[in-house]
Every structure is written in structure tokens, then in C-alpha cells.
Design a binder for this molecule. Structure first.
Ligand SMILES: [Fe+2]
Length: 103
């Protein structure tokens, strides 16, 4: 991506994703040993995927607006991967984990 746009990448802490992962850690503590643990962790993992989808989707659109079509293509590929992961998590949640949590 950065090669395409000719810029050096810079690291920056993302408070939003830290909040989402903190929430996951909280779920692990609160539901340790409970059948609801996996359902909670799946929900936390999906929150991460949805956040990623939001950011990659926005960046893809901005790249298109700026005429950076190669960059937009890479971002779309990553967005597709995030969406596939989200769908896989939904499939796991609906097939076993939530039923187990309901007991
Ligand atoms: Fe992801």
C-alpha cells in the first residue's frame, strides 16, 4: 500500500481497537469456566472484524476517490478477507457456540 502511494508507514496506537480487545479480555475473566465463554469471545472477535471492515471500507472508498486504483484493489482484497472471517465467525456462532451457551 505505502509503496503504491509513495509514503513511509507510521505506527499509531488505535484507542478504538484497544477498547474492543479490552472488552474481550473482560469477557474472558467474567465468563471463565462458563459455557457462555465461547459465545462471548465470538462476539468480541466479530466486533474486531466489524471495526476492521469499517476502516478498510472507508480507506478503499477514499483510495477510489483519489484515483489510487491499485491501492483501492489491495484494500478491497483485505476487506473481502475481513468479511469472509466475519461470515465464518457467524457460522460458528449459529451452528454450535450459542446453542451451547444457552445450555
Ligand atoms: Fe480481521
Amino acid at each position: 500500500m505505502f509503496q503504491i502511494i509513495g509514503k513511509e508507514p507510521e505506527a499509531k496506537t488505535c484507542d478504538a481497537i484497544l477498547g474492543i480487545t479490552d472488552e474481550g479480555a473482560e469477557i474472558m475473566e467474567e465468563y471463565e469456566g462458563s459455557p457462555a465463554l465461547d459465545a462471548g469471545l465470538l462476539a468480541a472477535a466479530q466486533a474486531v472484524e466489524h471495526y476492521e471492515m469499517s476502516r478498510y471500507g472507508t480507506l478503499r472508498t477514499w483510495a477510489l476517490e483519489l484515483g489510487l486504483n491499485d491501492a483501492a484493489g489491495l484494500l478491497q482484497t483485505t476487506l473481502d478477507e475481513e468479511q469472509a472471517t466475519d461470515l465464518a465467525l457467524t457460522s460458528i456462532a449459529t451452528s454450535v457456540v450459542n446453542q451451547k451457551a444457552e445450555g
